[in-house]
Write a protein of this length. Structure first.
Length: 267
């Protein structure tokens, strides 16, 4: 009989009584491959193009290690294809240009991993890859403007994000020195790192912590902010007593001021 290999990790299963003078070498290699599968990591660049992870029987490859680190500057979303076997893998998208990675194991479902995020991915051996959990954090650049794209002149911009599973937490600080050609269109902050989930009539609330430099309509009691599906913007409205909220016009802002806000939304 000949030696065989396990289906998921490709570790040798030696024939009983075989490999008389080499069984120890083969066994040591098998133990090393187990070590890779449990605690190993491999770093692979995706700058050039899509990637199919290499496989090897009882030898080092790109598919077996517990952690896959993807690097480079692809300039576009890259597809990374794992072997179509049952396996848990950590995938770290460490691309320096912000490109996303799509992880797949065949023609079935796939997992999108945003730049800066670490995802625990399960391949089921039936062409599907599924997300178990994901975490990441980073910075983003807020843009303050009216909703037609007339930007304020900003002297300070800070944006931070962290992702836990499918929830994104964001904080924002912007300080402006001119509203430029802003119109009465709705005041928005654009540039969110990921778009909210596409669910009709559902947006997540953003808490406005501080807002200096604003001339609201008479009777305004509160300024509210929120996200909306499939847009990378935070929208601002003003609320008055006993009436519906209305958009907050961008040109109601003073020549200078600042906004601090933060919140979370589902992606």
């Amino acid at each position: 009989m000949t030696d065989t290999y396990t289906s998921s990790l490709r570790i040798i299963q030696e024939t009983v009584g075989g490999n008389e003078n080499s069984w120890g070498t083969l066994n040591n290699a098998a133990l090393a491959m187990l070590d890779e599968a449990i605690a190993g990591q491999v770093s692979v660049s995706v700058t050039v193009g899509d990637l199919t992870l290499s496989t090897a029987n009882n030898a080092t490859d790109q598919s077996r290690p517990a952690l896959l680190i993807l690097t480079g500057t692809p300039g576009a979303t890259r597809n990374v294809t794992m072997p179509d076997v049952k396996k848990l893998s950590w995938v770290y998208n460490n691309c320096s240009d912000g490109s996303s990675i799509t992880v797949k194991s065949g023609a079935g479902t796939n997992v999108s991993v945003s730049a800066g995020c670490k995802a625990l991915v399960y391949s089921d051996g039936a062409t599907n890859a599924a997300l178990i959990d994901m975490y990441g954090e980073g910075t983003w650049t807020p843009i303050l403007a009216d909703n037609t794209g007339n930007n304020f002149t900003l002297s300070e911009t800070q944006g931070y994000w962290s992702r836990v599973g499918n929830t994104l937490f964001v904080t924002v600080h912007v300080k402006w020195t001119s509203i430029g050609a802003a119109t009465s269109q709705q005041l928005v902050i654009s540039g969110l790192p990921l778009q909210p989930r596409n669910v009709a009539n559902i947006g997540s609330g953003i808490v406005v912590g501080n807002f200096d430099g604003l001339d609201t309509i008479s009777g305004t009691v509160d300024i509210v902010a929120f996200t909306a599906a499939t847009t990378s913007k935070i929208f601002f409205r003003q609320c008055s007593d006993n009436t519906n909220s209305v958009v907050l016009p961008a040109n109601s802002c003073s020549a200078s001021g600042q906004i601090n806000c933060g919140g979370f939304y589902f992606i």
